[in-house]
Design a protein around this ligand. Structure first.
Ligand SMILES: Cc1ncc(COP(=O)(O)O)c(C=O)c1O
Length: 398
């Protein structure tokens, strides 16, 4: 007798999470196919085109016949370029080298491969809540023992460091941080990073620092990386990529920087999964990091203006309040005066108001009572979003 289709699926699949942005995007596209106008504030991707010099590097590479397999860790030229960029950008005392860098088709698969390389079942994995869903999905798939520390709106979406101190121990294998942060736009301050670094050294744990939004940063001072703090270079795994800074989400190019011994294991996971990243995409990455930086600055200036427009607008609407995000391109307003059921409100806004946004609880329990809006959208769409929120929020049946 044939097995039922349920029996054919591995039990471990039930431990996988999922990124709701892609699910809501699909629902929004289905509404658009029916002729509805939808304002896209759900997916975290710059609406700008990839800068021309980056596209040209990929085309030139294709025309030069770069159409074959490459090494699983990435081509040496790109890894060297990343090492040089990361050394300068993060002000590292000891430079990174090619051996520290592993390239992947996006930051997301490299997060999966890093966690696969370090987590045994039962290992203590500490992260924060709300969070980008990929960390907990991989950690729970790998059967780690997961601790989620809530981020506090009252601390501009940073940890309570005393709570972090209470929740880590000599058993902690790894702590994940993400600054600037998806979904709140919060940024860890240098004092936060110093305290986390001190705890990492005291308890001998690794830190995964997801710095994919490090170029989407609106403070007047420069971005601080935990990797550059004393004693942290080799116990920090920096995750970064090209999607957000260079408007390259669809190219699928990311990387991580770590101690060489670990880089070899992560490379083995690359080898076992996607083999390697397309050569012309890697050549485009070299052009992004070595070419003019004006486009990154231009896009960031516009993001900052859009942020101000969205947050100012939201804060004029009764029942909804929003902290000023200092990085990334997300607003995470509090809607508790209207409802706790953020997912129902997000669904109502999509079907009734034509606004695609995400319920905060899809990023973890501490996101309950919030919505996430991506302001990687035009001024026109931001204005339409505010006008529709004004009109439709009072109509939410609750
Ligand atoms: C915090 C964070 N890390 C990693 C990623 C993955 O980016 P990509 O796989 O496009 O490089 C994202 C994408 O939304 C993100 O928000």
């Amino acid at each position: 007798m044939l097995a039922s289709s349920e029996d054919r699926i591995a039990g471990a699949v039930s431990r996988l999470g999922s990124e709701s942005a892609f699910e809501v995007l699909a629902r929004a596209r289905a509404l658009e196919a029916q002729g509805r106008k939808v304002v896209h504030m759900e997916i975290g991707e710059p609406d700008f085109d990839t800068p021309a010099h980056i596209k040209k590097a990929a085309v030139d590479s294709l025309m030069a016949h770069d159409t074959h397999y490459t090494p699983s860790a990435g081509i040496v030229d790109l890894r060297q370029t990343i090492a040089d960029y990361a050394t300068a950008f993060r002000k590292m005392d000891e430079p990174y080298t090619v051996e520290n860098v592993v390239v992947a088709p996006g930051a997301k698969p490299v997060i999966w491969n890093i966690l696969s390389a370090i987590l045994n079942p039962g290992d203590e994995f500490v992260y924060f809540d709300p969070a980008y869903p990929a960390y907990a999905s991989a950690a729970s798939y790998l059967q780690a023992n997961i601790t989620a520390i809530p981020l506090l709106e009252s601390r501009d979406w940073r940890f309570d460091l005393d709570e972090l101190e209470r929740r880590v121990s000599d058993k902690t294998k790894v702590v994940v941080i993400n600054s600037p942060h998806n979904p709140t736009g919060g940024v860890l301050l240098k004092a936060d990073l110093e305290r986390i670094a001190a705890l990492a050294q005291k308890h001998d744990f690794l830190v995964i620092a997801d710095e994919i939004y490090s170029r989407n940063f609106y403070f007047d001072h420069e971005f601080d990386s935990i990797a550059s703090l004393p004693g942290m270079r080799d116990r920090t795994i920096v995750v970064d990529g090209f999607s957000k800074a260079y408007a390259m989400t669809g190219w699928r190019l990311g990387y991580a920087i770590m101690a060489p011994e670990l880089a070899k294991i992560v490379t083995l996971f690359n080898n076992n999964t996607f083999s390697c990243v397309a050569t012309f995409v890697q050549k485009a990455g070299i052009a992004a990091l070595t070419g003019p930086d004006d486009d990154v600055k231009r896009m960031n200036d516009i993001f900052r203006q859009r942020r101000d427009r969205l947050i100012d607008g939201i804060n004029t609407i009764p029942g909804i309040t929003c902290k000023l995000p200092e990085g990334a391109f997300y607003a995470f307003p509090n809607i508790k005066a209207i409802t706790d059921n953020d997912k129902a409100l997000a669904s109502f806004l999509l079907t009734e108001a034509g606004i695609a946004c995400l319920g905060g609880s899809s990023f973890g329990a501490a996101g309950k009572g919030h919505l996430r809006f991506s302001y990687a959208a035009s001024f026109e769409d931001i204005d339409l979003c505010i006008a529709r929120l004004q009109e439709f929020l009072p109509k939410f049946p609750g």
